[in-house]
Design a protein around this ligand. Structure first.
Ligand code: SF4
Length: 597
């Protein structure tokens, strides 16, 4: 009896007839492994030596696909990923039984693209090379210039689709939203500008929220469940004013998704809460925290967490396992514990940079912040104090002149640097008030950097590129773009790694270097940042039946210490593209994604 998958697999292998015949043969899996390896080696030689007329970039693409295929059929990869891609493929062709698990359309999409890549049939490049390459001198320059203008105009078609918070229409909408919220709380403009009024009026339940904006059925349900199951949820009145009254307008999806949970998120968190919250500790902070309030992953930098709460909770927060509630007074590290943590830093002279984060440390009072800064500034080995805060985005009222002056006091050029790292996710989050908060820091010589978390909601074509461009305009330097952590509760937010690579190469790369200053990173649990753009620091080691790739990441200290590599299951490219399609995207615009590894 033939399984229904046999013909499908063999058809997919057709572009490489020799591979098809090896797989169709009655050889054992081990014999096939050897024969396929020989075939791939000969293909590498053939595409390079015997066919030097193949355009260089086509050869590179073909070579990359061959190397990936060779890697995923190796025994080492099988051991690491605990899955044999080759045996699975073999079973699909030869076994009489239906395979468990069954291959998904996502699996076939991966296989199909990989085979097309190997055989030089990837539909990536136009048939002909650009005209300018046939000429020299001024004619070449003019043709090239025309091509570049065309590229810029194409870019424009995408970039115009994303709403920017400083556009007149957006300002008008936000003004109306603010009036509606003020009316609800019977408050004044003066109160709105006071950060303490804002935190006292954080919206924490579905009832008030649905009086202020319209919620979809799912959003309302999820917020109700969050309340019921005591899952941290809250939105500052200011941040709520960034949301459009009606859902589904296509402008504020990233803003809503940032703080309004999905049902999947709620269900997962409910389960985790019933078990042990440490399963949510993706970064394994428990293994990198020598004492409470301190985390250390690098030789010279230490993380200090004086407070474990925020004015509102980002749904993909890596520290959600530590945060018990929104703006909770009990989340401040006790005086004694903070003293102990500071004492540890004082006695660790190798540390020259302290990242004060949490939670959001700018929820502390000015006095406490000043006191903390004072103590750190007394340690001669601390040359840089970085403050991680999202308040310029969620609560810009917090950035008062008094606070900035206090911080500036410790920023002494040539001796010690104080800088801010914030977290904008979308150009629609930028407002005049938020820009003013950034500018206050800048006026006092304090630089502001941005860490973007790349999620489904800001991953459309050129969406992140627009954000970087606007950030530079308001005085923020893009610093990192993070892959969303592989936490189960954040599945709705995750984006396949190839999309980050594609975004860097095909979108960010078209912008000036002064704008694309950030680095795309995958945070390896326990060990720290892996720079994704360096292909030599990660490998694809398998493709699973659900179409997800398995990656092996190399730690940052790979040539310095014999630490372990990290194996990670990504999300499926095919499913991601289908989701994009459901939001109205033309997935042909993303077609090269399959050839980023
Ligand atoms: S601002 Fe940072 S710490 Fe606070 S919820 Fe968001 S990601 Fe977590």
């Amino acid at each position: 009896m033939e399984t229904k998958f046999k013909n499908r697999v063999l058809k997919t292998l057709e572009p490489i007839p020799k591979l098809k015949s090896i797989m169709a043969s009655e050889d054992s899996v081990e014999q096939k492994r050897i024969k396929i390896r020989d075939l791939l080696n000969s293909l590498l030689i053939k595409t390079f030596d015997d066919n030097p007329t193949l355009p260089s970039l086509k050869w590179v693409l073909s070579r990359d696909a061959i190397l990936v295929f060779r890697n995923i059929i190796s025994r080492r990869s099988e051991k690491l990923s605990q899955f044999s891609f080759l045996s699975y493929l073999n079973n699909l062709i030869h076994s009489n039984k239906n395979p468990t698990p069954q291959p998904t359309p996502d699996f076939f999409a991966e296989l199909d693209h990989l085979i097309r890549g190997i055989s030089g049939q990837a539909d990536v490049y136009p048939e002909t090379a650009p005209a300018f390459s046939k000429y020299k001198g001024i004619k070449a320059a003019r043709l090239r210039s025309a091509d570049l203008s065309r590229m810029a105009r194409d870019m424009d078609k995408f970039t115009k689709r994303y709403s920017f918070g400083l556009d007149d229409e957006a300002k008008r909408r936000r003004y109306e939203n603010k009036l509606r919220i003020l009316r609800h709380f019977n408050a004044t403009d003066f109160e709105w500008s006071d950060w303490k009024w804002q935190v006292r009026h954080i919206i924490r339940n579905a009832e008030i929220l649905s009086r202020l904006i319209k919620l979809t059925y799912q959003e309302r349900q999820a917020v109700q469940y969050a309340q019921e199951y005591k899952i941290p949820f809250g939105i500052t009145p200011y941040y709520l004013s960034l949301m459009d009254y009606e859902p589904g307008q296509g402008r504020d999806d990233a803003i809503r998704a940032q703080v309004i949970p999905s049902l999947h998120y709620i269900n997962k968190l409910k389960d985790f809460k019933a078990q042990d919250l440490s399963s949510m500790d993706f970064m394994l902070e428990r293994d990198t925290s020598p004492l409470e309030g301190i985390t250390r992953r690098y030789p010279q930098i230490v993380i200090l967490k004086p407070v474990l709460t925020c004015p509102q909770i980002c749904m993909y927060c890596q520290r959600n396992w530590e945060i018990e509630d929104v703006y909770s007074r009990s989340a401040v590290l006790s005086k004694a514990k903070l003293e102990k943590a500071l004492d540890w830093i004082a006695k660790t002279p190798e540390i020259n940079e302290v990242l004060i984060t949490g939670g959001d440390p700018l929820l502390l009072s000015n006095d406490r912040i000043e006191n903390l800064m004072f103590k750190l500034s007394r340690m001669n080995h601390v040359k840089r104090i970085r403050i991680g805060t999202r308040t310029p985005v969620t609560l810009p009222q917090r950035i008062t002149d008094a606070l900035v002056k206090d911080l500036n006091h410790f920023h002494i050029p040539g001796k010690r640097e104080v800088l801010i790292v914030t977290h904008y996710e979308h150009p629609y989050e930028i407002t005049h008030q938020s820009m003013e908060a950034v500018q206050k820091f800048r006026r006092y010589g304090i630089d502001v950097y941005n860490q973007l978390v790349y999620t489904f909601y800001n991953s459309r074509k050129f969406e992140a590129a627009v954000l970087r461009h606007k950030l530079r305009l308001i005085g923020v330097t893009p610093y990192y773009t993070f892959n969303t952590k592989g936490k189960e509760e954040t599945d709705d937010y995750r984006v396949p790694i190839p999309r980050l690579l594609q975004e860097q190469k095909e979108e960010a790369r078209l912008m000036p270097g002064t704008v694309r200053t950030d680095e795309i990173v995958f945070n390896v649990p326990r060990l720290g940042k892996n720079y994704l753009r360096a292909v030599q620091h990660h490998d694809v080691i398998s493709i699973l039946p659900d179409g997800c790739r398995v990656y092996e990441f190399h730690p940052w200290e790979k040539k310095l210490a014999l630490v372990d590599t990290y194996v990670y299951k990504d999300v499926s490219i095919h499913s991601y593209l289908q989701r994009l399609k459901n939001t109205g995207e033309n997935i042909a615009d993303y077609k090269t994604i399959w050839y980023y590894f």
